[in-house]
Design a protein around this ligand. Structure first.
Ligand code: B1H
Length: 873
């Protein structure tokens, strides 16, 4: 009942039994040895590094739990408004090092394990990455969790507990990407708490029958039910007791599951596959669509049940739900939460449609992460009808009439068949519904857009066609209180392209921008400890001060003029290069020239990101070097180019790009004429942990997407924070980085966003042969075609994407790209000036802390406040 006195028994005895935080080496070694003895059932004589990692992790976890319990208890007592971050991906990487730094116990653990005969770095290396995501979107979610806890904001994450993370990438002898499963849970995962008691039922399929009483309610029965079981992951804040929660759902057959039924035999085969990450943005369009839809529903339904249960414990009227709950939709993947909350409120809580809709549209917030048309989610209406019949009804009701009355009117006027709209009827539906949503009187709308049927078709949540499709971005937009993009340019594009009609209809104030951010804890302090220490020394501030107010980095600016400081700065970069070289030497057996400019492009392989432009630029450099005399070559800057990144398993052109990179590397690294001046590496199996070694070692990093295609990018921020300079197009967050650090400290090239459409038009209708338009590029393409890198003919489909159509405008940007690379060479030759640029870049990166971003969400979107956790409660 919640009214009973607690604790039961003697409070003093309870208190005396409570574990407290470890603070000194002695209590740490004690806890470590205890865990070896009991949790692991091992002993000193048979403990290897992996065992030591597990013991260390378990003892750190105990510390996290002390704070976690405190945090959750105080959230319960103070009942602040809470935010929930629904993301299908959380790319957490490793946890131990981060937890040690956030708890402020790294040195103590280092000393403790040394006393026991272990080395902390070796122990940290034992941990597997938690790679429950594809790329930037998933890593952003992880950074936001770190920032929410660090800023003491009451925020929980909700995701799926995938059995397999993103595939492990192998490279075959021919240079092809191969995919192997990533059984990341193979060893016990010390960072999760199974909550077998937190379970919810989730239904699929079956029948939905409207009650027909005018209430709008329906009965959804039959089909298949599964259980969602919670696993909790502790999210420690930096230098604070706040420890938030990431709740991941696992599926389990329902108890009393009919073992004789058709479903029973199917469980292992079909439902357990829930827990496999879709490592392919687009693959599920052709394969496994139903599975992906079920994943999305399973996770949103379980999360909503959990959120509602917590709200109900407050004993408040349902109408106050949005005063206690804000739900952030990380892209459209959790959009089914909108019809699901409608279903719960109407069918289970007996609310009137309009009251329910008011709650929903004050609860949800939607972040868009891409404007690329092929990446906008759409679900086929027959599929949704099959898997989630009730939700399909609700979606129709959202797009449809102002409840009931309009339904009847439309029935009369359009002879409407509810499951098979004529285009006209669908248009009328959305028209009427949107009038209700936005409280704009029909008359006003008529005045605003008289007879604008095309507009209404564009705005519809249902796209006409075979089959009809639900446009998830439109549903997320109409069902949310606010919508945002992830960088200024991108948010502008959202407002002027994909959601333009909605902006005109609902008003611009609903459509904002929150420029992405990264956590400086992982992406500076943890991955670049030497630089972090130097900054602390220079700023004469506690590390905990500038790591939580990153704008303090500006204090580094005067040090750019200090020669001794520059030497220290450059020395750290050099040692980070050697650390990377050592890593590559031990993992891949390759020797890297560390006396060279390190040039890095690491990200998912995608045509719009233009890794192809980069590799063609490398070939151009190679051909130029080949044409030089040895004396001329000696004057050229040495350059080592690194690529890393995964291609979606079904993305043929992206995989071909990897193959080209690998084979170009093979040829040029073996060429005695040039290999002292230019080498190239494709590092397999890119991951968060690999990024942590690569980023601090880079002199220049490439972010070279076709203008207007990269929503933000976040690795650009990571490189610049670590004093790497940026070579990029005028796209995404590159623009804001340049605004901060000054254009003289970045290398920009290429056409701007407004030109892109015209250029594409020219490619289609006024095609100029590449030989004429860009001879340098034509020459490079020909060399590839002629087999300079072996594999006659295999690369033709890739080269043809440039020769014909050239949708991503490589031929338009190639010359300016080569010119920008030359400017990089020139700037790098002036060592002292280069180091100044590097220092100034780091100094001006304060804006890109995810603390700034999460506070913007908290204040301008969710309306939640910091809730400090007091140590004694
Ligand atoms: C981004 C995605 C994405 N945008 C679909 N969109 C996915 C879309 O599995 N899927 O279905 C997965 C991911 N990811 C990235 O988000 C943008 O491309 C980056 O520019 C941006 O920095 C990042 C975070 O906002």
């Amino acid at each position: 009942t919640g009214k009973e006195k607690w604790p039961r028994g003697d409070e003093k005895v309870w208190k005396a039994g409570m574990r407290s935080l470890d603070k000194d080496v002695e209590s740490i070694t004690k806890s470590f040895v205890n865990h070896v003895q009991t949790s692991l059932a091992r002993q000193a004589h048979n403990l290897d590094d992996l065992g030591a990692y597990q013991a260390a992790a378990l003892s750190v976890r105990d510390n996290l739990l002390v704070n976690w319990n405190k945090t959750q208890l105080q959230y319960m007592r103070k009942s602040p408004k809470r935010a929930y971050y629904l993301s299908l991906e959380f790319l957490m990487g490793r946890t131990l090092d981060n937890a040690l730094l956030n708890l402020g116990l790294k040195d103590e653990y280092k000393d403790g394990v040394r006393l026991l005969g272990f080395n902390i770095e070796d122990i940290l290396e034992q941990e597997r990455d938690a790679a429950l995501g594809n790329g930037g979107l998933g890593r952003l979610a992880a950074c936001y969790l770190d920032s929410s806890a660090s800023q003491e904001l009451p925020l929980w994450g909700y995701g799926l507990r995938y059995k397999y993370g993103i595939f492990k990438q192998l490279i075959s002898p021919e240079g092809n990407q191969l995919e192997a499963p990533d059984p990341w849970l193979e060893h016990q995962n010390p960072w999760e708490l199974p909550r077998l008691d937190v379970a919810y039922e989730v239904r699929f399929y079956g029948r939905a029958e409207r009650l027909g009483d005018g209430s709008g309610r329906a009965l959804w029965t039959g089909g298949q039910e599964v259980l969602a079981i919670a696993y909790d992951v502790m999210i420690p804040g930096y230098n604070t007791a706040t420890t938030n929660n990431l709740r991941l759902w696992e599926s389990k057959p329902k108890r009393g599951f009919d073992l004789n039924s058709f479903n029973a035999g199917n469980y292992e085969g079909a439902l357990s596959r829930f827990v496999v990450l879709f490592a392919d943005f687009f693959a599920y369009r052709t394969f496994g669509k139903e599975l992906r839809l079920k994943q999305q529903y399973f996770w949103t339904a379980a999360s909503l049940s959990d959120i509602l249960r917590r709200f109900k414990n407050l004993n408040k009227p349902m109408s106050e739900f949005p005063e206690f709950v804000a739900i952030q939709l990380n892209d459209t993947h959790p959009t089914l939460a909108i019809p699901e909350l409608m279903r719960i409120l109407i069918d289970e809580e007996d609310l009137h449609w309009d009251a329910a809709w008011k709650i929903v549209t004050n609860t949800f917030f939607y972040t868009n992460h891409t404007v690329l048309p092929e990446a906008l989610e759409k679900w086929s209406v027959p599929l949704v009808e099959h898997v989630l019949p009730r939700h399909m009804q609700i979606i129709y009701d959202i797009v449809g009439p102002i409840y009931f009355c309009t339904l009847i009117i439309l029935h009369l006027t359009c002879q409407l068949d509810r499951t098979c709209f004529s285009s006209k009827a669908s248009v009328s539906f959305i028209y009427a519904r949107l009038c209700a949503l936005t409280m704009i009187k029909t008359v006003a709308v008529e005045k605003k857009f008289p007879g604008d049927r095309e507009r209404l078709a564009r705005m519809s949540l249902i796209e006409e066609g075979q089959p009809k499709q639900v446009r998830m971005a439109h549903l997320a937009c109409v069902g949310s209180r606010k919508v945002n993009g992830v960088a200024e340019l991108h948010s502008d594009l959202v407002r002027t392209t994909i959601l333009k009609d909605f902006v005109e209809f609902e008003g611009i104030s609903k459509f904002g921008n929150v420029t992405n951010g990264i956590t400086p804890r992982r992406w500076l302090d943890q991955c670049n400890p030497e630089l972090s220490a130097l900054i602390t020394k220079a700023l004469k501030l506690e590390k905990s001060v500038w790591l939580k107010d990153l704008t303090k980095l500006e204090g580094l600016l005067p040090f750019a003029e200090n020669k001794a400081f520059r030497k220290e700065w450059a020395g750290i970069k050099q040692r980070n290069k050697e650390r990377l070289a050592h890593y590559i030497e031990t993992t891949l057996g390759l020797t890297i020239n560390t006396k060279a400019l390190f040039d890095v492009q690491i990200k998912r392989l995608h045509e719009y990101k233009r890794q192809t432009l980069n590799i063609l630029g490398v070939i151009h450099r190679y051909l130029t070097l080949k044409n030089m005399t040895p004396a001329q070559r000696k004057k050229v800057n040495n350059r080592v180019v690194f690529f890393a990144g995964k291609a979606a398993p079904g993305y043929y052109i992206a995989k071909l790009t990897i193959r080209l990179i690998v084979n170009v590397a093979r040829t040029i690294n073996a060429d005695p004429d040039t290999r002292d001046y230019l080498t190239l590496y494709f590092l397999p199996d890119y991951s968060v942990s690999l990024a942590e070694v690569l980023i601090p070692a880079s002199d220049i990093s490439q972010h070279i997407s076709t203008a207007g295609t990269e929503a933000s990018g976040t690795s650009n921020m990571k490189f610049c924070l670590n004093g790497g300079l940026l070579l990029g197009t005028v796209d995404g967050a590159n623009i804001e980085i340049a605004e901060e650090v000054g254009e003289s400290n970045v290398f920009f090239f290429g056409h701007l966003t407004p030109a892109v459409e015209d250029l594409r038009y020219q490619h289609l209708y006024h095609h100029i042969p590449i030989e004429k338009k860009c001879p340098a590029l034509a020459h490079v393409l020909n060399q590839v075609s002629l087999g300079l890198f072996g594999d006659n003919e295999v690369y033709e489909p890739l080269l043809n994407t440039i020769r014909q159509g050239d949708y991503y405008l490589l031929s338009d940007d190639f010359d300016s790209y080569i010119a920008a690379l030359a400017m990089v060479d020139e700037a790098y030759s002036d060592t002292e000036e280069w180091i100044k640029k590097s220092i100034r870049t780091t100094a001006k990166m304060g804006k890109f802390s995810s603390d700034r971003a999460i506070n913007e969400y908290a204040e301008s979107y969710w309306n939640i406040e910091a809730t400090p956790i007091t140590p004694h409660s």
